[in-house]
Design a protein around this ligand. Sequence first.
Ligand code: IMP
Ligand code: MG
Length: 187
Amino acid sequence: MQLSDRDTYNRGIKRIMFTEDDIRAAVQKAGRFISEEYSGKPLLLVSVLKGAFIFLSDLCRAIDVPCEIDFMEAKSYFSDTKSSGSVAVTMDLRHDVSQYHVIIVEDIIDTGRTLSEIVKLIKARSPLSLKIVTLLDKPSRRVVELDADYSLFTIPDSFVIGYGLDLAEFYRNLPYIAEFNTDLLDE
Ligand code: IMP
Ligand code: MG
């Protein structure tokens, strides 16, 4: 499978799941909800790179109360048999989270393993509060107990691409969310 080949790339896009309009409406709604909940509170949006970068950039512009933004990058190591693993922080936050109400802005919760490790890590630093907002949720795939406080879309167990989400680093720039054609993986 050579995704840099234009024809192969196009065949990877099986069907559009959420259009630009669907996403815009859901992001505006989430922004209004956050603006109401966090009015008057020091708010820090934390994004775990890279998948959530487009969602974060739209979501923060749908929020009309003061907020700050920070990024972290983590690599996770899990064995097939244990649900908990270890997460190595490859780029840490610059903010002292103990001064903030923190919202983790995530692209997708799948097994939940990566995010649950990140939640533990941030909780250990005593934020004023900690909530999770995720663009997509695949609850049927969960192996650890972890619920988002706010999820924009719940989806079945299929691999999705676009709007920041990738397959082998491709497709992040699609303006919509699509189902990936997994038949390509056999080529
Ligand atoms: P997990 O919840 O620890 O299993 O891992 C979640 C991470 O896996 C997400 O942050 C994504 O980077 C990636 N991921 C999971 N499902 C998908 C998908 O359908 N498309 C693209 N990336 C995915
Ligand atoms: Mg991610």
